[in-house]
Design a binder for this molecule. Structure first.
Ligand code: XIL
Length: 366
């Protein structure tokens, strides 16, 4: 018995430490900590990633399965299986579940904007379709989804409205209509606005004005998502820091909604995170195919720590930090904007082992 007690006394702190050393039990004390998941993770075909999601995170967002082209690829046709499985996975693991995204210019099937003869529909028809689409999707998951990215990427980096089919056909008020319809469909769900390049002043100022105008009209908006597809040298931390304050000053929370850090080179004409950008593969553009060198890894680790230091500093304004992948292996940056590369963009390597600096981040939040 005495020997048993001795073993327990020696082992317990070690076990407890091991248990505490997860993101959800340290960083998760400051804000929700999440990741985007794909269907192989949900179905556990990717079992290591599945385990990591369950142990490290307390929030998940659908990487693709809740986008309009997946849910409704053709008029009148609905594919619920993957989205249902995503929600069931989140509920089985007691996680905060985020829906992404309702109104976007990308990954929305063409039928939404066209009639049977291929002609663009009228404002009235598109408003009706938007209302019906949002009601159907948000209504189906009413009470199960904590919050929705309602409008995604409605602004250009210069602060003007993106000329998406939604904007062209409906006009400026499509944004407020989207928030109105989402709130009607699930009054308890939080509603977010989400965009990239959110540390560019012209862009975040335009988004802040939009938030104020929604609020002035009595519409619900709970948070703004800064996607944060970051690089080693951009955004500048000081600009990113100012953007967080500016957004929070409008009275909504800030969400770091699609966090990753790209170390791969990109062509000069590349910018932002517009998903349609695509360039040809060349070995020169894939310099870390056999692993990342020590110097870049160190820079990468320091920069990750700097971001997490900033998030902790702003924790009263930040509701959630969500990575746009679980580990390097499932990052969209393997195929965007150049297909077939080897991304090193997250806190977990291609075998889902933690990178050396993860323990520093955890230490910072203990
Ligand atoms: C990306 C997914 O990760 C990819 O798998 C897909 O091919 C394209 O879309 N901004 C967003 C996300 O809001 O929905 C995008 O996700 C990445 C950029």
């Amino acid at each position: 018995m005495r020997r048993f007690c001795l073993i327990l006394t020696l082992c317990l702190p070690v076990c407890m430490m091991a248990q505490q050393e997860t993101l959800r039990e340290t960083v998760g004390n400051y804000f929700h900590i999440g990741c985007a998941v794909n269907s192989s993770i949900v179905q556990a075909t990717d079992s290591k990633a599945n385990e990591l999601v369950r142990t490290q995170f307390n929030s998940i967002v659908a990487e693709n399965c809740m986008k309009a082209e997946h849910l409704s690829p053709r008029e009148g046709e609905w594919n619920w299986a993957e989205a249902d499985a995503f929600v069931a996975f989140g509920e089985a693991n007691h996680m905060q579940i985020i829906g992404h995204c309702l109104v976007w210019h990308s990954q929305t099937a063409e039928w939404m904007f066209r009639d049977k003869n291929g002609k663009e529909v009228s404002r009235e028809v598109l408003i009706q379709r938007m209302r019906w689409y949002i009601r159907t999707v948000v209504g189906r998951y009413k009470g199960h989804i904590a919050g929705w990215d309602v409008c995604n990427e409605s602004f250009e980096d210069d602060g003007t409205r993106r000329q998406s089919p939604w904007q062209r056909i409906i006009g400026d008020d499509y944004i407020e209509l989207a928030y109105r319809f989402a709130h009607e469909a699930d009054p308890d769900a939080e509603l977010y606005y989400n965009d990239y390049s959110m540390s560019v002043p012209a862009k975040y100022n335009a988004v802040c004005e939009m938030v104020k105008s929604l609020k002035a009209k009595g519409l619900r908006i709970d948070a703004v998502g800064m996607q944060s597809h970051n690089g080693l040298t951009w955004p500048k931390l000081v600009e990113y820091d100012r953007a967080i304050d500016a957004i929070a000053a409008t009275g909504v929370k800030v969400i770091i909604s699609e966090l990753d850090m790209n170390v791969l080179p990109n062509p000069d004409s590349f910018s932002g995170a517009e998903v349609s950008q695509q360039f040809e593969y060349s070995a020169k553009m894939d310099p870390y195919a056999n692993g990342i060198d020590k110097r870049t890894q160190d820079l990468f680790g320091e920069r990750w720590q700097a971001f997490f230091y900033l998030y902790r500093h702003h924790c009263h304004q930040i509701a959630r930090v969500t990575f746009w992948a679980v580990g390097d292996a499932d990052s969209w940056l393997n195929d965007w904007p150049i297909p077939g590369r080897h991304a090193h963009a997250t806190l977990f390597d291609r075998d889902y082992n933690p990178k050396p600096f993860l323990k520093e981040i955890i230490k910072m939040y203990k």
